[in-house]
Design a protein around this ligand. Structure first.
Ligand SMILES: *[C@@H]1O[C@H](CO)[C@@H](O)[C@H](O)[C@H]1NC(C)=O
Ligand SMILES: *[C@@H]1O[C@H](CO)[C@@H](O)[C@H](O)[C@H]1NC(C)=O
Ligand SMILES: *[C@@H]1O[C@H](CO)[C@@H](O)[C@H](O)[C@H]1NC(C)=O
Ligand SMILES: *[C@@H]1O[C@H](CO)[C@@H](O)[C@H](O)[C@H]1NC(C)=O
Ligand SMILES: *[C@@H]1O[C@H](CO)[C@@H](O)[C@H](O)[C@H]1NC(C)=O
Length: 450
């Protein structure tokens, strides 16, 4: 009798441990059977086609590079054209100028996805994007974001550069002593989120009608405003919004600083940063609250479960790429593969990246290409995508292919009446001063990435 019991217990224990061991796979099955009814807006959402037209407004220092990487990889898997900037715009759509279709490389038109840095202009975007485009952006808590901006752009943004000893406290003691609203790169020093969204960074923050109007506009245009502090939860909402698979939103965090580049903040500092960036703070609080309302509507249990699934699937993918281990963050100088070295804003800030193990392709896991793209920094990935899309473009339109050397100017030579002309008359005009900007871009290092 007691022996029977003993074996029964043993059986239960081994079944449970087997279950736990395979929980990654089994939870998929469990999920398929139990599901989360509230997670499915339509009963047939499992069969709903994935949404493919997406405009992601990439804001600065908000984990947006990681979202961009997710979108780049999704576009490649599904053969979607990604709008990319002309060379003169330097990996962003000539930020901080308001977005214009003239900044879009002709080989990447008409696009399904757009995600490089820009200052948002909805009506201009509407001219090249499909009418079913879903708009998404991401915000970050303003105090953390400003500390990041202050350290990242300390050598570019004059408002920061002229602060004695590079002290954030000193800047906040008297911001108007260092900050010049009209100056180059001033958008990094005051209400950057508001500015990126197309708003006025220097608008009187007590003008509640202005802030309400801005919030309303953002609400009307963007189907989802992600929040960097709740990144995985935001990805769950994104996945449901787009009817994507969990595999479509797996990621490795990109473009981060070493901890030593971070500024430790005294208890009083966040409130002072929020007071200085009051428009951003109001935007953030509003959209953080609405994110949590959306999560509550899905049901915290279901969201929690999906976040756990996502993290588990991400760990599996990453381990299969990095030889069974999680990848180690490395300073750029230690990364052997140049394609994987992140851009460094200045000597004071270390942006860290990853390297692939030398034997990655022989590990029997994911293909090396999948792994490479997962950790590829923005600049290199944008360049690769442009090359691939230009090739495809020339194959599809051999008669129309303009010489690839000067895309900004080559558009002149398009035959009249080509589909691009009728689609978008602005493209036949050359951006004012494109030549000058190209010259300037050549002299200065790449910058303003996030
Ligand atoms: C993408 O294009 C390639 C080459 O044309 C093709 O083999 C592949 O099936 C396409 N993939 C999808 C998802 O359409
Ligand atoms: C946005 O684009 C529209 C045209 O599409 C233009 O009329 C407007 O001036 C632009 N806004 C800014 C701030 O440049
Ligand atoms: C800058 O740092 C130096 C040395 O650490 C110090 O003597 C000086 O007072 C600081 N200046 C300001 C404006 O804080
Ligand atoms: C975001 O909103 C949630 C829910 O209201 C709140 O608990 C949390 O503290 C907020 N986060 C930040 C960083 O303000
Ligand atoms: C891959 O290389 C690393 C370091 O070079 C080594 O530690 C590891 O055992 C190798 N793995 C395989 C599967 O060969």
């Amino acid at each position: 009798m007691s022996q029977k019991k003993f074996f029964l217990v043993l059986l239960v224990i081994s079944s449970v441990s087997l279950l736990l061991h395979h929980s990654g796979h089994i939870s998929w099955t469990i999920k398929a059977f139990l599901g989360c009814p509230s997670l499915r807006p339509h009963p047939s959402s499992g069969l709903k086609p994935k949404h493919m037209s997406i405009a992601f407004l990439k804001t600065h220092k908000t984990a947006s590079t990681t979202v961009q990487n997710i979108l780049f990889r999704f576009a490649e898997r599904n053969n979607l054209t990604v709008a990319l900037p002309i060379q003169a715009c330097d990996h962003q759509f000539c930020y901080p100028r308001p977005f214009s279709t003239r900044f879009v490389h002709p080989h990447t038109i008409p696009p399904r996805i757009i995600t490089s840095h820009m200052r948002f202009n909805r009506s201009e975007l509407c001219r090249i994007l499909p009418s079913d485009t879903v708009y998404v952006t991401i915000l970050r808590e303003p105090a953390a974001m400003f500390e990041s901006l202050f350290s990242y752009y300390n050598q570019y943004c004059l408002s920061f550069k002229r602060v004695p000893n590079g002290s954030l406290e000193t800047f906040l003691d008297a911001p108007w002593r260092y900050y010049r609203p009209g100056e180059k790169d001033s958008m990094y020093a005051h209400n950057t989120l508001t500015f990126d969204l197309g708003g006025e960074k220097d608008h009187l923050p007590t003008d509640t009608a202005y802030v309400r109007g801005l919030i309303k506009e953002v609400e009307q245009v963007f189907s989802l405003v992600m929040i960097a502090e709740y990144f995985d939860e935001s990805l769950v909402l994104l996945r449901h919004l787009l009817s994507w698979d969990l595999e479509d939103v797996l990621y490795v965090k990109l473009n981060m600083r070493t901890p030593s580049s971070r500024h430790s903040m005294s208890a009083a500092l966040p409130a002072r940063i929020r007071a200085w960036n009051s428009l951003d703070a109001q935007l953030y609080d509003h959209f953080n609250a609405s994110l949590w309302r959306q999560l509550a509507a899905l049901g915290p249990g279901c969201v929690g479960r999906e976040v756990r699934l996502l993290r588990r699937a991400r760990d599996r993918l990453v381990r299969s790429c990095f030889g069974g281990r999680l990848p180690q963050l490395r300073p750029a100088a230690q990364i052997r593969n140049k394609e994987l070295r992140p851009w460094q804003p200045s000597a004071q800030v270390d942006i860290v990246g990853y390297d692939l193990p030398p034997n990655a392709s022989r590990l029997g896991g994911m293909s090396q290409d999948v792994c490479l793209k997962l950790i590829m920094p923005e600049v290199q990935y944008s360049r690769r995508l442009l090359r691939a899309q230009s090739l495809r473009y020339r194959k599809n339109y051999p008669m129309r292919a303009p010489p690839p050397l000067r895309p900004a100017l080559a558009r002149h030579r398009l035959p009249a009446g080509s589909f691009r002309d009728s689609l978008n008359p602005a493209l036949t005009q050359r951006p004012a001063g494109a030549q000058n900007r190209a010259g300037r871009a050549g002299r200065f290092p790449r910058r303003q990435l996030s």
